[in-house]
Design a protein around this ligand. Structure first.
Ligand SMILES: [Zn+2]
Length: 187
């Protein structure tokens, strides 16, 4: 990639992601908004919200300007990595970009991570097929352990590739709050 997704995000989109993440931490509900490509930049589109662990996909719609190219959402209690369903929703809709906020793997910081999933488009297509096969197998009561193992294998491959191509930025407000709380404890 010549440039990362983060380079073409507007400042407004980045600020909205940080704000949404803090809101999500306080309510313990997932929130997010569409990513809309307009004038070669990616801006925030219409917002949506869900419950603790998911967002109904029918709520995820709309760009006031430009065309939808992905979505951002918060993981308030999970790492900022796409779940299988996050990948499949983006794939079904033909969206190359996913931005997710959450606690970083290392230390106390919270970050927004943006992924370009287009290099692994075919692999995500394979995941989509495998998930259908899994559904059919469980309906007919067949042993699905091979399918499950294959899903895990492909998902790991997808995650390895997209993690290498990801970009991220910090939710500074989270760190400020942690530091304030620590400072108060020392008093
Ligand atoms: Zn998610």
């Amino acid at each position: 990639m010549d440039y990362s997704v983060c380079d073409i995000l507007t400042d407004r989109a980045k600020e909205n992601m940080k704000e949404a993440h803090m809101k999500s931490l306080m309510t313990l509900k997932e929130v997010g908004f569409m990513l809309c490509k307009h004038d070669n930049r990616i801006d925030s589109g219409y917002w949506f919200s869900g419950d603790e662990w998911s967002i109904p996909t029918e709520k995820m719609n709309g760009c006031p300007e430009g065309e939808p190219v992905g979505f951002y959402h918060s993981h308030h209690s999970m790492l900022p990595e796409p779940s299988l369903s996050d990948l499949l929703v983006a794939y079904d809709r033909g969206y190359p970009y996913l931005c997710i906020s959450g606690g970083s793997k290392h230390g106390d910081s919270h970050v927004v991570v943006c992924y370009d999933i287009s290099p692994v488009w075919d692999e995500i297509g394979r995941l989509s097929e495998l998930v259908s096969e899994l559904g059919e197998a469980s309906e007919s009561g067949e042993d699905a352990s091979d399918i499950l193992a294959e899903i895990e294998r492909v998902e790991r491959e997808v995650n390895d590739v997209i993690e290498r191509n990801s970009c991220s930025f910090e939710v500074e407000e989270y760190r400020r709050i942690v530091e304030r709380v620590r400072g108060r404890r020392r008093d």
